[in-house]
Design a protein around this ligand. Structure first.
Ligand code: SAM
Length: 318
């Protein structure tokens, strides 16, 4: 399932393909043009070396252009995922957290210098050759090794050699995605691409005052103080549920309560509506401002399987 480039809803929809969505939300829906304050708008999106479910690559520009914040405090991101939002917003100080310890470990090691593009290149070239020679048996050996040691290099290998690039863990926290069945996976061009991504992240992380920490969102939010800005992108309820992503109605309600009590500005990403239903948790955000962004997901190859989804960014400025 792939996301196609989306549109910010306050642009006029084409007459030939009207939007599925009318502005019938009880919340305040902003039709103002995006305001760019202190956050940079990069011309090229920084792409992280790992992908995760619900990655916001297509929305980073929309998110960073929608946020109004002085940039003086800390950017606090309790649901880091791939890190694509943090890397593109590029605040000076940040707390980046996630319960997925593997995500936190890979970025902590890049920050500490124990993982860099040259170490990754040596490892991927060697592992790529072995994969070509031994095929899927080698993939499963690496998967077993990763599940006992948690090696960030093995995590990188698995996330690039697994089926559909999915990141999914079983009930015991073991990575359980099968092989993509492409023994030629690690061609020189792909290795160079991954190493360039690591290099870019290393350069960004080294220039900033960022802390990566593996913990639950409640703990992360406890440190928020005036001047900070919190960006939350929790898992979608009932979708992609796994060891690190179990998210239900109670969690969504609790998050809405906690976030609205924060002493600082915030932005929260959540799906707003699709062709069939509206996210009932939208009503829990009081009089917060809401910006909308619609985009398409493909389920299969034909046009008829194009699904429009409306994403919301719930905002409260400093
Ligand atoms: C939708 S993803 C975030 C995607 C991210 N914004 C990106 O663009 O890549 C949600 C993330 O929340 C993390 N997560 C799930 N439950 C959590 C919890 N209770 N506390 C902190 N993080 C949690 C998951 O591990 C996952 O990485």
């Amino acid at each position: 399932m792939g996301a196609k480039a989306g549109k910010i809803i306050n642009r006029k929809p084409k007459k030939t393909s009207p939007s599925l969505f009318a502005n019938d939300s009880p919340l305040i829906v902003s039709n103002e043009p995006p305001v760019i304050l202190n956050l940079p708008t990069r011309t090229r999106t920084v792409v992280p070396p790992i992908k995760c479910q619900g990655i916001k690559s297509k929305l980073v520009k929309f998110i960073s252009q929608s946020i109004r914040w002085s940039g003086k405090g800390r950017w606090i991101e309790p649901f880091l995922g791939s890190g694509v939002v943090l890397f593109n917003v590029g605040p000076e100080k940040a707390i980046a957290a996630d319960t997925n310890k593997h995500i936190i470990r890979i970025y902590s090691e890049i920050k500490a210098g124990s993982l860099d593009e040259s170490i990754a290149r040596d490892y991927l070239e060697e592992s790529g050759k072995t994969l070509l020679r031994e095929g899927e048996d080698f993939y499963y050996q690496v998967r077993d090794r990763f599940n006992s040691t948690g090696s960030p290099l093995d995590f990188l290998f698995l996330s690039r050699a697994c089926f559909n690039g999915l990141m999914r863990f079983n009930k015991k926290g073991g990575f359980n995605v099968p092989f993509c069945r492409k023994p030629h996976r690690f061609r020189p061009a792909l290795i160079t691409k991954i190493c360039n991504q690591i290099k870019r992240i290393r350069e960004i992380v080294n220039a900033k005052d960022w802390t990566f920490t593996a913990c639950d969102w409640r703990e992360t939010l406890r440190s928020a103080r005036p001047g900070d800005f919190v960006y939350c992108d929790p898992p979608y309820i009932g979708r992609h549920t796994d060891y690190f992503n179990s998210w239900g109605d109670k969690d969504a309600t609790l998050l809405a309560q906690h976030v609205q009590e924060l002493p600082c500005g915030f932005a929260v990403s959540m799906w707003m509506k699709n062709k069939y239903r509206t996210n009932e948790h939208m009503t829990e955000w009081g009089a917060c401002e809401v910006k909308e962004f619609s985009h398409f997901y493909h389920i299969g190859s034909t046009e008829s399987l194009r699904n429009e989804i409306m994403e919301a960014l719930i905002l409260r400025s400093e």
